[in-house]
Design a protein around this ligand. Structure first.
Ligand code: ADP
Ligand code: GN1
Ligand code: MG
Length: 372
């Protein structure tokens, strides 16, 4: 089983002092449940009132071009803010991420150790949920991610930088899995034999979306690429999907990657790392709410082929992320943050269980999706 690595510590007071934040430093606590970056909730005190910010260290082992990534994010945030201003949307400042500049006027900070830091305005009164509670949340999340795709569809300027090459290229993910299996560098394949068989049996599914993109049957769009439920903040009062966050992977992709990841994270009532697999199941009312919510924002631009593949995308993206957890287990837990030994095994099992559940219901999902 894996050894948990000691967590590095950072001088968040000194980091915060280099951003144009208001008030006096109170504390910065580790925040959220992301698997990739180091996120802190920074609390400042301005004349007795607390002001919060999100301070993040970008994981530059994973994001090898953090400056290109931040340049993408600056463009996306500026574009979103200016469109929101034009539309005179109520509560505009909570509807898109706002970067707080450094005192030197830059969009991000490079510290003495080469770490890249960014600071966002904290969107108050909203929550990123790890587990779906009801169909309205699924509707709201899908509507918000569809609206985000519509928002960035007319992003001016050059093609965005690909912050991780082949991020949703499922055939490449499958190949990497096969290589990790062949090497079995940590002698861990023996613990996941059944899951390895499950993965190998689905080799024929992996190229459906990438082939469609290559042949021009599926259009390339600017997509979010990490549309898990907790990457959209839902307003605590109204439950509206108020702000899409975690913009690291906003880059060229397919709308199906985004819809597929919504199916993965918003149809099952179980946590991604649930150990009781009997809880993992694709719930049709949640899927229906996702389709309705997504089409509310995306109906006008989706092509017939994209519409047709919405249910399948849920199966493929769930399989792909399961495959990535499996690969990370075989490679020694080097990518995703883990909180316990075997964490990646627990995660991959929920994903493959969900794939099974989707497979069993795919015809019904297809007939439902074709009705809207
Ligand atoms: P990761 O890439 O590691 O998933 P995220 O960018 O998703 O990191 O941030 C981690 C968590 O921090 C989110 O799940 C969310 O709860 C919180 N968060 C991030 N940005 C904001 C924000 N601007 N306002 C409020 N909460 C935020
Ligand atoms: C990671 O950053 P976070 O925790 O929102 C990962 C996604 C996976 C997800 C699985 C850059 O997302 O691709 O789908 O974990 N992000 C990256 O929960 O690899
Ligand atoms: Mg996240």
């Amino acid at each position: 089983m894996s050894d948990l690595k000691p967590k590095p510590t950072y001088d968040t007071r000194a980091i915060a002092a280099q951003f144009s934040v208001l008030g006096d430093y109170v504390r910065a606590e580790v925040y959220g449940s992301g698997h990739i970056n180091d996120t802190f909730c920074l609390e400042m005190n301005q004349g007795g009132s607390p002001i919060r910010y999100v301070l993040q260290r970008i994981n530059h082992t994973i994001f090898k071009n953090p400056d290109g990534l931040m340049a993408n994010i600056e463009r996306v945030c500026n574009h979103a803010q200016s469109k929101l201003k034009q539309s005179k949307a109520p509560d505009a400042s909570r509807r898109a991420m706002t970067l707080v500049p450094t005192k030197a006027g830059k969009g991000w900070l490079v510290d003495g150790d080469g770490n890249r830091w960014r600071c966002y305005v904290f969107v108050e009164g909203a929550t990123g949920h790890d587990i779906i509670r009801n169909a309205d949340q699924a509707f709201q999340a899908a509507k918000a991610f569809g609206a985000f795709q519509a928002l960035v569809a007319d992003l001016p300027g050059e093609r965005l930088v690909e912050t991780i090459q082949n991020f949703h290229h499922t055939p490449s993910r499958f190949q990497r899995f096969q290589e990790a299996l062949k090497a079995d560098a940590h002698n861990r394949a023996k613990d996941v034999r059944k899951e390895i068989e499950f993965a190998l049996a689905r080799a024929n599914d992996v190229s459906v979306i990438t082939d469609g993109l290559a042949k021009g049957e599926i259009p390339e769009r600017v997509t979010h690429n990490d549309t898990k439920l907790n990457n959209v903040l839902l307003d605590n009062q109204t439950q509206e999907g108020i702000c899409v966050i975690d913009l690291d992977t906003v880059m060229p992709g397919s709308a199906l990657y985004d819809f597929g990841d919504l199916v993965r994270t918003s149809t099952s009532p179980a946590a991604e790392d649930e150990v009781d697999l009997s809880k993992v199941t694709m719930q049709m009312p949640m899927f229906e709410a996702l389709v309705k919510g997504y089409l509310t924002s995306a109906k006008s631009f989706l092509t017939p082929r994209e519409r047709e593949l919405l249910p399948f995308s849920g199966k493929l993206i769930t399989f792909e992320i399961g495959l990535r957890f499996l690969t990370d287990w075989l490679e020694g837990d080097v990518y995703f943050k883990i909180k316990r030994p075997g964490h990646n095994v627990d995660r991959l099992r929920t994903q493959f269980k969900l794939v099974e559940s989707i497979e069993a219901q795919l015809p019904a999902m297809q007939s439902l999706a074709s009705k809207f």
